[in-house]
Design a protein around this ligand. Structure first.
Ligand code: GUN
Length: 417
């Protein structure tokens, strides 16, 4: 049993966060056992870490493992960026040694950023996806991992045959679905431009019949949208996915920027999840997602880093960007914190297990150092959202196991060693 005397921030609702100063959090292999005020008589054996802040681990709803090395490489337009930087990088993942090294680097970086759950794209090679699963398992990550699918309009060295792309995905799903409480396979057609109608309709049928997860990109960039409409002779990008059966409550659609009212309504009707990626949207000059209209239509919105078009795995940085990049209204710290913890957990159907600090939940935790400057308790969350670099991550725990730690002396060995 680990017993830590510390301070906690706990997301309760989109408009409410509780700050629990000088509390005890205790967990063992079965999860969080208690969260309560520190009691000097009962808790003599607790480790005193009142210099830290304990948070639920962050959840990243959209990120590309296969782009981890190319963060911050400038190219201000989606389709050019994919051709010039992303596709050549992803081609390197045909080499298993490279795929293995980058997978290890990625999960280590994810934990160092305080993220305990990632929804992840890997390169369009089955072995690269398998290696990501093995590294996730070895490191102790909680993750949804998919093999990116590209069977049309793509460079030769990335292109899969339709049959192979579908068969590999189904076999990966069979191998990983239900095989671990922490890992899940997610079907990953890259976007409409890189997938044939035949592949998308087979995927649509499969995910509907098997209640499977699916992720893709939707309406990110105006040029992308107009090419999709031309290629599919369609009235809207969302309708293309609808026609192939890809819109389900287990579909995570990244970006969703250039949408008509009808498209938003359709996404709400199908109970799809949107992965909002504000940093990426501005890096690639894709545009500003209309959070307010989507929310008003009842669309469920979460937050993703979209590394590498997003420059960082730190989800608090993306919370700040989500605020900065709504030009007409402000997203407050409570909503931002809730979105990247309990809100994202809810979108993934995991809110009964993770996302907040409660006895009975699995222990997915992040401990951060409190800044040296004095901050009133009521301002701590705001400071964390807008100055997260002042709160360095010192320990990350997934399902009760320490997966990252910078503290000396007293903490458990990470399984990475
Ligand atoms: N659309 C298709 N592929 C990608 C990708 O890798 N990143 C982003 N941001 N958009 C995409």
């Amino acid at each position: 049993m680990r017993k830590i005397r510390t301070n906690l921030l706990n997301p309760v609702a989109p408009t409410q966060t509780e700050y629990l100063e000088n509390h005890l959090i205790a967990w063992d292999d079965d999860g969080i056992q208690s969260v309560r005020p520190y009691d000097p008589t009962l808790d003599k054996d607790a480790q005193d870490r009142t210099d830290l802040l304990c948070l639920p681990g962050n959840i990243d709803l959209h990120t590309h493992l296969s782009q981890h090395r190319i963060r911050g490489i400038y190219e201000p337009s989606l389709l050019d960026w994919l051709q010039t930087h992303v596709y050549p990088e992803e081609a390197l993942f045909a080499d298993p040694a490279y795929a293995e090294k980058l997978s290890a680097d990625f999960f280590q970086a994810l934990f160092a950023a305080g993220t305990t759950t990632g929804v992840i794209y890997t390169a369009p090679f089955r072995q690269a996806c398998e290696l990501a699963f093995s590294r996730a398992k070895l490191g102790g990550a909680r993750a949804f991992i998919g093999m990116t699918l590209m069977d049309a309009n793509s460079p030769e060295n990335l292109m899969q045959s339709t049959d192979q792309a579908f068969r590999d995905s189904v076999e990966l799903h069979e191998a990983h679905h239900g095989s671990s409480p922490l890992l899940e396979f997610i079907f990953t057609p890259r976007f409409a431009l890189s997938c044939s109608p035949k592949l998308m309709s087979r995927l649509g049928r499969f995910v509907q019949e098997n209640d499977a997860w699916l992720q893709t990109h939707l309406s990110e960039n105006p040029r992308e949208v107009s090419e999709v409409l031309k290629l599919f002779n369609a009235e809207s990008y969302t309708q293309v996915y609808e026609d192939f059966g890809l819109l389900t409550p287990k579909s995570i659609l990244a970006h969703a920027i250039h949408l008509s009212e009808r498209e938003m309504e359709l996404l709400a009707e199908r109970r799809c999840k949107i992965a909002h990626c504000p940093d990426s949207n501005f890096f690639l000059k894709s545009g500003e997602m209309d959070w307010r209209s989507l929310e008003a239509k009842g669309v469920q919105i979460g937050l993703g880093s979209d590394v590498a078009a997003g420059s960082s795995l730190d989800m608090f940085y993306h919370a700040k960007m989500a605020n900065y990049r709504q030009s007409a209204f402000s997203l407050g710290p409570e909503l931002l914190f809730h979105t990247l913890t309990l809100g994202n957990a809810r979108l993934l159907g995991l809110d009964a297990r993770i996302g907040s600090l409660e006895a009975g939940k699995e222990a997915d935790l992040c401990f951060r150092k409190l800044p040296n400057r004095e901050i009133e308790p009521q301002n701590l969350l705001s400071a964390l959202c807008f100055c997260s670099e002042e709160f360095p991550v010192v320990e990350t725990v997934v399902a009760s196991k320490t997966v990252f730690c910078t503290l000396e002396g007293q903490l458990h060995q990470s399984s990475w060693n």
